[in-house]
Design a protein around this ligand. Structure first.
Ligand code: GCW
Length: 654
């Protein structure tokens, strides 16, 4: 009896251990399981270490091949061996990770003929990390760079290299002058050494007034010889410590940050001064176009207005870094017209991986569809590089939400190949992160693919934008206002709800932002009957009774979209509930808890927005739409007390 009991227990324990091993998300998508034992020969490099540890197939040979493009690789099977060839070590490493990915996703690796090269030369993360360890718009704990250790940095580097990321800006664009202090540069040197073997170059955000605040000068005028001299010395100091330092990222004359305009100089004069100094060391300047001031009639027009007159003036190692949309990382924006207008200015796109405006680390929102939508308007060929504001922190699972890891992953994959589809990336990520079981991969790919549209539906459908709570940007506050506040920091500035309708008139009769787009698109956007409905309230003040393609009035359509978003999130929760047999316990529970928050938040968004806008439309909520379960005044009293450095522990909890 006793021995029967023991053998039963052993069987149970073994079964549990093999089907659901404990997982907490810390391994990201690099869950290689048992150690490799393969025969790996050829070039000794990081690629070799990775393969020796994780490759479980036949012999692999690593070879240098000059003809292959920088960072590209080929993988070929010949005579029972797999050859990875590349012209540089990074290329070999990308090839190795490609092979490992095939293994992890259950692909046939017996006869390979692969040639790959990255679309963008520069595939870079921007961390908004502060020296005190907080992360601006960070929802995954503290900064991983505050107290960096070799092990964590190595894992970070491996994760990035596995998806082709080759650069990282370590600190917030709202940069403290201390970023350039000798003490901090010593730390940067150490981090750069940890990242270098993985092909990752290190960059810093700099404060334009550093010569004053750090150097004790009385000006930071970019044409002043003493200022130039200060930067020269600083840059020389940096390269002495970090010979492959990448360069500077600069937020100038924006949201209170200092810049060349403070000294009567242009953005071009400021950027060129730094670029000329960095050039001889092989460095670049990424100069942000995120500028706007309260006087303008339309914030969406400003980047274009400030940067188009400077066409042709930027030196060749300056890239203007433009957010994907003309306002600010909203759930959905049309693309920033600078991308198609700029002919002589090199531009790069800045995407936001961290979900500042997409439910922080509480909502499952896969961002690949949003970035793919951008590329359907802006040809990748127009861009020099791709940057992404990171969603990484000290949380055990790195990103706060297990599914937020997919956005880091998707960013890297799209920077490598912007033609990869949403479904392809989701499938690849799910297989590596959770399981190759089709019963998980298929339904969850669908959830991920739908999740961005769902979020737009329950937050800001039909072109609505920036109706967030002031400060933390988590929940709905279309009513938000504070006496004396800048108008462009209030939702009313964007939604313009009144008895006639809703939306910002950016047509030729309004702010004429449409004019910044190429002629044919401009005409399409300008006409309410041809403007894509997903951008309707972005470009038009739409009357409540405007007839939509569905045959509904605009008001009814708005109600339907909000309600649809709620139903979609409920469906996501149900889909996930069905995943229990295929997912380890901890990650299952954590994702489920987040999906419950998201489902409640979606109701919060729907009820708050519809009840608020109903005061203007004075129209009933259609019968086939679930009616609000909250009251407007109850919602208006509700506040989440968090700063812009943290993820709300709960969403709406009433
Ligand atoms: O969207 C705003 C954010 C700020 C951010 C700024 C920017 C780093 O709310 O937190 O500051 O954009 O991109 O510079």
């Amino acid at each position: 009896m006793k021995s029967f009991f023991y053998s039963l227990m052993t069987t149970i324990l073994l079964t549990v251990a093999t089907t659901v091993s404990a997982e907490d998300g810390s391994a990201l998508w690099l869950r290689f399981g048992t150690q490799g034992q393969s025969d790996v020969t050829g070039v000794k490099c990081t690629a070799m270490d990775e393969l020796k540890q994780h490759w479980q197939g036949g012999p692999v040979v690593l070879k240098k091949q000059k003809k292959i493009a920088k960072d590209g690789f080929s993988i070929t099977t010949k005579g029972g061996k797999t050859f990875i060839e590349a012209s540089n070590d990074a290329g070999l490493l990308y090839g190795a990770f490609h092979l490992l990915r095939l293994q992890q996703t259950g692909k046939d690796v017996s006869n390979l003929h692969i040639n790959e090269k990255p679309f963008f030369d520069l595939r870079i993360l921007n961390h908004w990390d502060n020296p005190n360890g907080t992360v601006e718009r960070g929802f995954a704990g503290k900064s991983i760079f505050q107290y960096p250790d070799a092990e964590k940095m190595k894992y970070y580097a491996r994760a990035n290299a596995s998806i082709g990321i080759n650069g990282t800006v370590l600190n917030n664009v709202n940069a403290k002058p201390e970023a350039l202090s000798t003490e901090n540069l010593q730390k940067v040197k150490q981090i750069a050494e940890w990242l270098r073997p993985y092909g990752i170059r290190t960059y810093l955000s700099v404060n334009f007034a550093s010569p004053i605040k750090l150097g004790g000068l009385d000006t930071a005028d970019p044409l002043n010889p003493q200022v130039v001299d200060w930067w020269k010395k600083k840059v020389a100091e940096i390269y002495q410590l970090i010979p492959d330092f990448g360069g500077f990222l600069v937020k100038a004359n924006s949201e209170g940050e200092p810049g060349p305009c403070d000294f009567g100089r242009t953005h071009a004069e400021g950027a060129n001064m730094m670029a000329d100094i960095l050039r001889k060391h092989g460095g670049i300047v990424m100069w942000r176009a995120f500028v706007y001031n309260p006087q303008s009639k339309d914030r969406a027009k400003q980047a274009y207005e400030e940067f188009m007159p400077l066409e042709g003036q930027f030196h060749d190692n300056v890239i203007i870094q433009v957010k994907n949309g003309p306002v600010d990382f909203q759930p959905r924006e049309p693309y920033s017209p600078l991308f198609t207008a700029a002919q002589k200015t090199p531009v790069m796109v800045e995407f936001q991986i961290t979900q500042e405006y997409l439910g922080a680390a509480n909502h499952l929102v896969f961002l690949a569809p949003m970035w793919r939508e951008f590329f359907s308007y802006v040809q990748p060929q127009k861009l020099r590089a791709m940057a992404g504001v990171a969603n990484i922190g000290t949380d055990t699972n790195w990103c706060g939400h297990h599914f937020a890891q997919a956005n880091w992953y998707a960013f890297g994959r799209l920077a490598w190949d912007p033609t990869l589809t949403t479904e392809y990336i989701a499938d690849e990520w799910l297989r590596q992160t959770f399981s190759n079981d089709e019963r998980l991969v298929r339904p969850m790919t669908q959830v991920m693919a739908e999740s961005h549209e769902a979020c737009v539906n329950y937050m800001m459908p039909l072109g609505l934008h920036h109706i967030f709570a002031g400060g933390h940007h988590y929940g709905p506050e279309p009513w938000y206002d504070v006496p004396g506040i800048r108008r462009d920091w209030t939702p009313q500035y964007y939604h313009r709800a009144d008895s006639i309708g809703l939306g910002f008139d950016r047509t030729r009769k309004g702010s004429n932002a449409v004019e910044q787009y190429p002629a044919s698109l401009s005409a399409r956007l300008n006409d309410i009957n041809t403007c894509p409905e997903e951008f309707l309230a972005w470009f038009h003040h739409v009357s409540w009774n405007h007839k939509m393609k569905s045959g509904r009035t605009f008001w009814d359509e708005l109600c339907h979209k909000y309600d649809l978003g709620v139903h979609q999130t409920r469906q996501f929760l149900t889909s996930w509930d069905n995943m229990k047999p295929f997912v380890d316990a901890q990650r299952f529970d954590e994702v489920q808890r987040k999906l419950r928050i998201q489902t409640r938040d979606a109701v919060w968004w729907r009820d708050a927005c519809l009840l608020y806008f109903q005061q203007f439309s004075k129209l009933p909520i259609p019968n086939d739409v679930e009616h609000p379960i909250h009251n407007l005044d109850e919602m208006m009293r509700y506040k989440i007390n968090i700063s812009m450095y943290e993820n709300p522990a709960y969403g709406y909890d009433k």
